[in-house]
Design a protein around this ligand. Structure first.
Ligand SMILES: C[S@@+](CC[C@H](N)C(=O)[O-])C[C@H]1O[C@@H](n2cnc3c(N)ncnc32)[C@H](O)[C@@H]1O
Length: 232
């Protein structure tokens, strides 16, 4: 199903969308505050983990105008880098973030499937963007993210999930909405395991259910065993 995705078509779609909260949320700007409340609770639950992520630097992936950077990540991290392929959205980020814009770091003007990280991150936040990637590119991208995590770093995925149990395509913006089983398979292929999973509450009826996943690298048993043997 995700083979139908056409990257140029998706970027053309976004190039026509105004650089506003309502624009990046497809006319659902009114759910932004509820979304941020749910994300804040989820992020804080990660800071309570035994091996909790650091608070130095986060990455906002498919950032749009920096809605998540401003309201969720900058209040919790010293620095936030962003990835966004649309130049108009990228141009708006510092303006939208406002007074804390000096804490916005690198603006990667690229698509996730072409992302080449330049540093390590404590939290890598992916929201309402992974549906624009073909399955095989999503696996490669998640492996890139896994390899660029700081110690105890966490990848967060917050995405729409179908209720039908099947992946559904949207030709208007050339995206897919995956089912839970498909994400589970993709996380496994990227050698990531879920340490937390939570469904967003208080969203209006009639939209896709939204899930948050916290992912960490699966330990490499071969090298772990080797290490244990080396110690014997
Ligand atoms: C629904 S908006 C979400 C924006 C932001 N994550 C938020 O929640 O406010 C989707 C964003 O993904 C970006 N996008 C689309 N295709 C992308 C790709 N292949 N790689 C990275 N970003 C992409 C769009 O330009 C747009 O900013």
């Amino acid at each position: 199903m995700s083979k139908r995705i056409n990257y140029e078509k998706a970027l053309e779609y976004w190039s026509e969308i105004p650089a506003t909260v309502d624009g990046v949320l497809g006319g659902f700007g009114f759910i932004s505050d509820i979304d941020i409340v749910g994300s804040t609770q989820f992020l804080q639950s990660l800071f309570s983990l035994e091996n909790s992520p650091g608070r130095e630097v986060a990455l906002d992936c498919g950032a749009g105008i920096g809605r998540i950077t401003k309201h969720l990540l900058l209040p919790h991290f010293n620095k936030v880098d962003v990835i966004e392929p649309d130049q108009k959205f990228l141009n708006e980020i510092l303006n939208y973030v406002g007074e804390n814009s000096s804490n916005v770091g690198k603006l990667y003007h690229t698509s996730l499937q072409d992302f080449q990280p330049e540093r390590k991150y404590d939290v890598i936040w992916n929201q309402w963007v992974l549906g624009y990637l073909k399955d095989e590119d999503l696996v490669s991208y998640l492996i890139t993210c896994r390899n660029t995590l700081a110690e105890n770093g966490v990848i967060v995925v917050k995405e729409n999930i179908t209720s039908s149990g099947k992946t559904e395509a949207d030709d208007a913006d050339s995206s897919v909405t995956r089912c839970l089983k498909q994400y589970t398979k993709i996380f496994k292929q990227a050698k990531l395991k879920r340490v937390k999973q939570c469904k967003q509450t208080n969203f209006p009826n009639g939209i896709y259910p939204v899930y948050m996943f916290a992912l960490i690298p699966v330990k490499d048993h071969v090298s772990e065993n080797k290490h244990e043997n080396d110690l014997l």
